[in-house]
Write a protein that binds this ligand. Structure first.
Ligand SMILES: [Zn+2]
Length: 196
């Protein structure tokens, strides 16, 4: 197994050093408002964020999820070095994984591997994509109840429901917009228009 892992670590490293070639988004989407020549290319990143395609990690990195061994076959140390290599690879592609500090390597590896298989991502040459593994449903959390930090937040919310006084609620309602949005009423005049 260790021979295989060593080769896989090498492949991850190769992928890390093999970023997709930059695309000229203004050229690809000349009618996008941000492609206007008056911006001199300064807003091309907006076009990239909006128009960039999602693709499976398999395609983006050239490594199939099946190449990542099931966690049951790994030692702790192997899981650790694979997590490390995956995080470095993702970081090179501006992809940042969000997870609590103390999650054991095997749990982390299993979640990374599942993500690799299940979630397409869109690579952007500017800015960052954050990967979330826990969705504030502690029972479903890949870190388990022991390591999940979202459960503390959820408990906090449940303990302290937001209570508004009738005056606060009246004030809050003034901010409701016909389109379903909300604007801080302090910014509005008595007719509900934004104060200039
Ligand atoms: Zn969680």
């Amino acid at each position: 197994m260790q021979t295989y892992i060593t080769q896989l670590l090498q492949d991850l490293k190769t992928a890390q050093n093999n970023l997709p070639p930059p695309k000229d988004y203004a050229l690809l989407y000349p009618n996008h408002p941000a492609a206007d020549p008056k911006y001199k290319g300064g807003l091309d990143y907006i076009i990239e964020w909006e128009m960039g395609d999602e693709q499976p990690m398999e395609e983006l990195f050239g490594i199939s999820p099946d190449a990542l061994p099931p966690v049951e076959l790994l030692t702790n140390k192997q899981a650790e070095s694979l997590c490390h290599a995956i995080l470095n690879l993702w970081q090179a592609f501006n992809i940042l994984a969000d997870f609590p500090d103390n999650v054991p390597a095997k749990l982390l590896y299993r979640a990374f591997r599942n993500y690799w298989r299940e979630h397409p991502v869109s690579y952007t040459s500017v800015g960052h994509l954050h990967l979330e593994f826990c969705h504030y449903e502690p029972e479903q959390c890949p870190w388990g109840l022991e390591y999940c930090t979202c459960k503390d937040l959820v408990e906090e919310w449940e303990k302290k429901p937001v209570q508004m006084t009738p005056e606060q609620e009246e004030h809050w309602k003034k901010g409701l917009q016909p389109n379903g949005g909300w604007i801080n009423p302090d910014l509005l005049d008595e007719n509900g228009n934004i104060k200039l």
